[in-house]
Design a protein around this ligand. Structure first.
Ligand SMILES: Nc1ncnc2c1ncn2[C@@H]1O[C@H](COP(=O)(O)OP(=O)(O)OP(=O)(O)O)[C@@H](O)[C@H]1O
Length: 256
């Protein structure tokens, strides 16, 4: 049994009478890529919001590396290694690609405004920024304003900003959503390389071919609860899972 880096215990949240996430108990193994799939409104993004601390659970607990982080602020969660990229792009449009990543790297190295007294750290930050831009295939676009990047490049930049914080667990919410089809393979490549470098990844994704190619494990959420969990190939053929998708009109997508 491998080491568990992230664990939820009976995690749940209600919005009024609606249980968006209900009693989710999951153990995420270190170094693995786990994909969460589910129909629209299943609670996937809400689950990520609970893990990253943007929402406070109504029930249950969250453990990171064995420590209860349920009451920790989102900023502290990032500092201990819970990284996140969002479904919608979250970059600073008036800064260059380089400046966006450098800001994230600066906060990781805790370089504040006293750059001159932190000269060694400052050169580390610059090196780290270049290295991250290379990893997300944006080195040749480093001087472009984020607002001038394509949507796909902005998603890569956002991933770069999350990587600059050196996360131990990276939560990726539909990283290829809205991307031009020809940009998808490069994003898959970046995720594959990040995983190969040892980062634990939890991915929300709808593209079934991508899910099967990348994932060590597939978890299906439906109506806020775990419906199936296990080997991606087996889970995608599970009759209960196929039935859950009948109403969502994506049966062909999941069984292909
Ligand atoms: N802040 C909120 N207040 C009220 N209801 C919410 C809130 N956030 C989410 N919900 C509801 O909780 C349910 C789960 O939403 P969530 O966005 O987590 O689903 P999802 O699985 O990520 O869906 P999608 O694939 O469409 O992104 C939905 O019914 C949604 O309307």
């Amino acid at each position: 049994m491998s080491e568990i880096i992230l664990k939820t215990e009976n995690l749940g949240i209600s919005f009024g009478a609606h249980k968006a996430v209900s009693n989710v108990s999951l153990e995420i193994e270190k170094g693995k890529l786990t994909t969460i799939l589910g129909p629209n409104g299943a609670g996937k993004t809400t689950f990520f919001n609970l893990i990253s601390g943007l929402l406070t659970p109504t029930t249950g607990k969250i453990f990171f590396d064995g420590t209860d982080i349920t009451s920790l602020s989102p900023t502290k969660r990032v500092a201990i290694g819970v990284g996140r990229s969002f479904q919608l792009t979250n970059v600073f449009p008036k800064l260059t690609a380089y400046e966006n990543v450098r800001l994230a790297a600066q906060s990781h190295y805790k370089v504040g405004f006293k750059l001159l007294t932190n000269f060694d750290k400052f050169s580390n930050v610059n090196e780290r920024t270049e290295e991250i831009l290379e990893r997300v295939l944006l080195l040749d676009r480093k001087n472009s304003l984020a607002s001038d990047l394509t949507h796909g490049e902005q998603r890569k930049l956002e991933l770069g900003m999350a990587l600059a914080l050196d996360p131990k667990v990276l939560l990726l919410d539909e990283p290829t959503a809205g991307m031009a089809i020809e940009e998808v393979p490069t994003m898959i490549d970046i995720i594959t390389k990040t995983h190969a470098l040892g980062t634990t990844i939890v991915l929300i994704e709808h593209k079934m071919d991508m899910v099967k190619k990348l994932s060590d494990r597939l978890v299906i959420l439906a109506n806020g609860s775990v419906l199936a969990d296990g080997d991606p190939e087996a889970v995608s053929k599970n009759p209960e899972v196929l039935a859950a998708y009948l109403g969502g009109g994506v049966l062909n997508e999941i069984s292909s």
